[in-house]
Design a protein around this ligand. Structure first.
Ligand SMILES: [Zn+2]
Length: 406
């Protein structure tokens, strides 16, 4: 039995993935003996509908000065954040001197659009190395974790905000009540919080269990997000499904009664009831689907190995760590993982220690099969890698189901 971080009632885990390393902790051989592991377990709280990690690993283990994830590495994500900023500028900030805040502002991929439009802005980014990239671009950024105390300090120094934004950050924060309390303090009477995160409904529909790893403390639905914010006299007034990160949901939050509730919001509640997002049986079904997905993938990789085929991983994503370790994918099944991020190259994948090599290595000697760890960018990647397929290369994709694409 565990206690829910949102409503404090007890719940049972529905699944354990076993001992897991930190998903983004690519490492050198001298670090192998001291590698950190924790049990990756998830549970569904029947009281508030929140799906959450049972054990929250130490945050300093995850987000530190060497945190390797930079947002501005994909043309598609660049375009996505330009569209997000545009939506906020045109639809949500009409005051004479608007003020926009973003938490987890990373290297400024979204805030740069506000900075370029001369809009008062503030980025809050706890990882010093990525925050510095934003500061160098002229984006005002502070290196802190956001909570109720910081919200008071910001109001004191800058005043209240018209918009408080977050992308792929809220689901990382275990102490969400302090964040929601901070949002309540920070927002102007007609201000909005707009955030997006991977959506639980997509994880269930696609069996995309690789979304489950240490950084993601929560797996949100409209039901659970509504429950959380209602505790702070805030409400979800609109939802907008997003086709990024394998299926995300954007939530618009406002002070209770300040904005009308959209028909999309009402419709999504109905859809979640149909999907069974408030029912424990749904998660038993998810566990079974995850086990089937693992068995299918590992059987395929064993067969390819027996037949002497060369298999290489494509993109050393955080997501891949859950798949590699849960399925037991070893370096003799996957020769190396190709990745364009210089600081990952020459290192080894967390847990199973598959080498990470440069993209040029992949280009120079195509394997028979490429295991697509960045499946959420499949379209962009496959278009780019047409020469690999022309040379007879095949893709292995495991979401939403195992497929070989010739
Ligand atoms: Zn709960």
């Amino acid at each position: 039995m565990s206690n829910c971080l949102i409503c404090a009632n007890t719940y049972e885990p529905f699944m354990s993935f076993g001992q897991m390393p930190i998903a983004n902790a690519f490492l050198s051989p001298e670090q192998f003996p001291s590698e950190y592991f924790f049990e990756l377990q998830v549970g569904f709280c029947p009281t508030c509908a929140m799906v959450q990690l049972v054990t929250q690993p130490d945050r300093e283990m995850i987000f530190h000065e060497n945190y390797a994830f930079f947002s501005s590495t994909s043309a598609r994500m660049e375009a996505h954040f330009m569209e997000f900023a545009d939506l906020v500028i045109k639809g949500y900030i009409q005051s004479a001197d608007p003020f926009v805040i973003e938490i987890g502002s990373n290297d400024g991929i979204m805030l740069q659009h506000f900075a370029n439009s001369g809009i008062r802005h503030l980025g809050i980014e706890p990882s010093a190395n990525v925050a510095q990239v934003a500061i160098d671009k002229g984006i005002q950024t502070i290196t802190r974790f956001f909570d109720e105390q910081l919200a008071r300090e910001i109001v004191e120094e800058y005043g209240q905000a018209d918009a408080f934004l977050g992308a792929n950050v809220m689901c990382h924060i275990p102490y969400l009540h302090s964040v929601a309390a901070g949002v309540k303090i920070l927002l102007k009477p007609d201000g909005v919080m707009i955030f997006e995160d991977p959506y639980l409904g997509d994880i269930i529909e696609k069996t995309s269990y690789d979304q489950i790893y240490d950084e993601h403390a929560f797996y949100f639905s409209v039901a659970s997000v509504s429950y959380l914010f209602e505790q702070h006299d805030l409400e979800v007034v609109d939802v907008q499904p997003q086709n990024v990160h394998g299926g995300s949901m954007r939530y618009v939050i406002a002070h209770q009664g300040a904005h009308p509730v959209s028909s999309a919001m009402v419709a999504q509640h109905v859809k979640e009831d149909t999907l069974g997002l408030r029912s424990a049986e749904t998660f038993d079904g998810l566990r079974k689907n995850i086990e089937h997905s693992r068995d299918a993938l590992i059987n395929l990789l064993r067969n390819l190995k027996q037949n002497g085929k060369r298999v290489v991983g494509y993109a050393a994503t955080s997501k891949s760590t859950t798949v590699i370790n849960y399925c037991g994918i070893t370096p003799d099944m996957v020769e190396y993982i190709s990745d364009t991020t210089p600081i990952k190259q020459g290192k080894f994948s967390p847990g199973m220690h598959i080498p990470v090599r440069s993209y040029e290595t992949f280009k120079a000697n195509y394997p028979d099969y490429a295991l697509l760890f960045g499946w959420n960018h499949a379209e962009e990647i496959m278009a780019k890698e047409q020469p690999f397929r022309s040379a007879g290369g095949k893709w292995v994709v495991y979401v939403p189901k195992l497929q070989i694409l010739e």
